[in-house]
Design a protein around this ligand. Sequence first.
Ligand code: PLP
Length: 370
Amino acid sequence: MIYLDNAATTQMDTIVIDYMHDLMHKHYGNPSSIHAYGRQARVIVEDARTKISSLLNVSPSEIFFTSGGTEGINTIVNGVLCKDEITKVITSPTEHFAMLSSINHYAKLYNVDICMLSVDEEGNIDMNKLDAELQNCDGKALVSLMHANNEIGTLLSMKKVGEICEKYQALFLSDTVQTIGKFNNDFNAGYPHFAIGSAHKFHGPKGVGFIYIKGEQKVDPLFIGSQERNMRAGTENIFAIAAMAMAMEIIYESMPANAIKYNILKSYLIDRIESEVNGVSFNGPKIGLPNLVNIAVPKIQNNEMLLMKFDISGVMISGGSACSSGALKDSHVMEAIGKADKYRAIRLAMSKYTTKADLDIFVDVLKKSI
Ligand code: PLP
């Protein structure tokens, strides 16, 4: 079996599994307890916070643990919109469904307007339009734009958006779920105000993540209670939190080597597809997420079951959106970039474990399937 769906989730690192397993044997204290076992558990949680914050160049007090990306998004969107100060959310139609659903839900709940910026064929927003929208907001806007798109790999200049937001004193939330461990994000640069991480995207366990909340920002919690300095109630999952920090350290150490590897493999894959597979093109920009390639296959009647054919051949890829019965469903991202009517999308996302041989098999199956 060949796994090329690493934008959906990644295989856990063996060392991380072993470490988590070992912790489970040795530490079962509740970090809120004051006795020795509780204190040991507290040290594990705080060590993890220190490791993650130092990788992101922020203060440990700016990191809060969650159950993953979706919870992080809900927490920030709810926690910001529930305040009277915000009257408008500016976002884009290519955001992850977790973000779009949260924005729709909480904006309706708190009577906040939504402004959807349009995107071009590669998924980029128009910075001038963002600037123009913010001119009418009087510092009362939340701008939510993802760092990298999980389907077509479009990258956002956080610097440009951060500067525009600063000019109008708007708040900036960036969904960084796909870029933690792929780029050396330095949140201390002044932007964004809020960011999101999810461990299962960088070879850590599922069901654990973190949010970054810039020092001076105040966000109301989603779960009410005392843990995580009143920001996220519930006994901390110390094993998953510690494993996430370890996975993040490992992915940061291997980031330069992974970048070289992705560059070589991505060029190789694109060259092979361009020279050997007729009639296909690519979705998203040429320079985007380094591990991701999204192939546009013209829609014809007999290629509805394209994904299923890959699955039968033992190659796991995705259409980039939720799919049922093996048929490719149109993705909201393909719709937003205006390509859903004519093309099906095949998203291939590599990880540090992907090999050239995996890509060769993928190309062979692609050639046979379309
Ligand atoms: N945001 C993006 C860009 C994602 O790719 C994902 C996961 O697919 C999420 C948010 C949600 O993260 P989680 O699976 O940890 O809830």
